[in-house]
Design a protein around this ligand. Sequence first.
Ligand code: ADP
Length: 290
Amino acid sequence: MNIIMEVQNIAKQYNAKKVLDNISFSIYSEEIVALVGKNGSGKSTLLKIIGGIEECDFGEVIKYVPTLKIGYVPEVAPSHVFFTPEEYLFHMGKISGLSKQSLQQKINDLFILFNMNEARSTRMNQLSKGMKQKIMIMQAMLEDTKLLILDEPLSGLDPRAQHDLENTLLSLKENGYSIILTCHETKLLENVVDRVLLIQGGRVLQMASEPIIQSNQLVFELPNKNSIDEFLPLIQIKQIRTLYNGNQELTVTVSKTDTDKILLAVLQSNASIKQLIPLNPKKEQFDTYF
Ligand code: ADP
């Protein structure tokens, strides 16, 4: 994964109220990043600054690829009721100055990528909210966009539509796109997000230092109830989580790269290994932090 964009020391205030205070982080290629935080914490403001819609007071957004195209999708429902999705996308593409031929090809590709071919000639006012949301994202991708900025894309969708949109986001990632989105329900993000950034007090707290943590969960049977104090110093390895059931069972979660070290430490003690479970990296990040 390569860095495609860096947000450096961004600060923003409205009417002397500091909303963003020295925010820095990177966005990598082919990853989905979620910005989470309370209402009014500055998520939308930050997305608008990254998308070039709002100016910041201080700092800069650096594109590692100068030609990087960014598509911004705000949290508003489209009201172009008399258009079909195809007409709407064509119209918006023409406004952006795209040629008729390349536009037609692009729109065809997008309908396939978004699994929306059947709805291309249906009036927009007859489409579900989830489908309208997809069309807004497709619109943002008409120019060769590589980074998508989505403000609350799952908001107001029923569980089925949310699931469908989550799958769409995953297939966009698989097709080489990067996505930064906001979401207030962290549970919804479990299946799609690689990295979570929490905005609090104008600052960003990076929830995971690496985009993906590959980890293993190891369950040990300790030789006796008192041996936890003797055992723990043996595993001076960065642990993601340690759980002791108060009896003789100890569960330790470590990164994949530290697994061999911990197994060696166990062999040097009298503990026995009961289980080794490879963990889904995305799920583990969320279980750890929420
Ligand atoms: P979030 O997306 O996390 O709910 P916002 O970025 O929308 O937060 O807003 C952060 C703060 O900035 C809020 O207090 C909001 O009232 C204020 N704010 C946002 N946009 C403007 C604006 N254009 N003018 C004045 N204040 C604004």
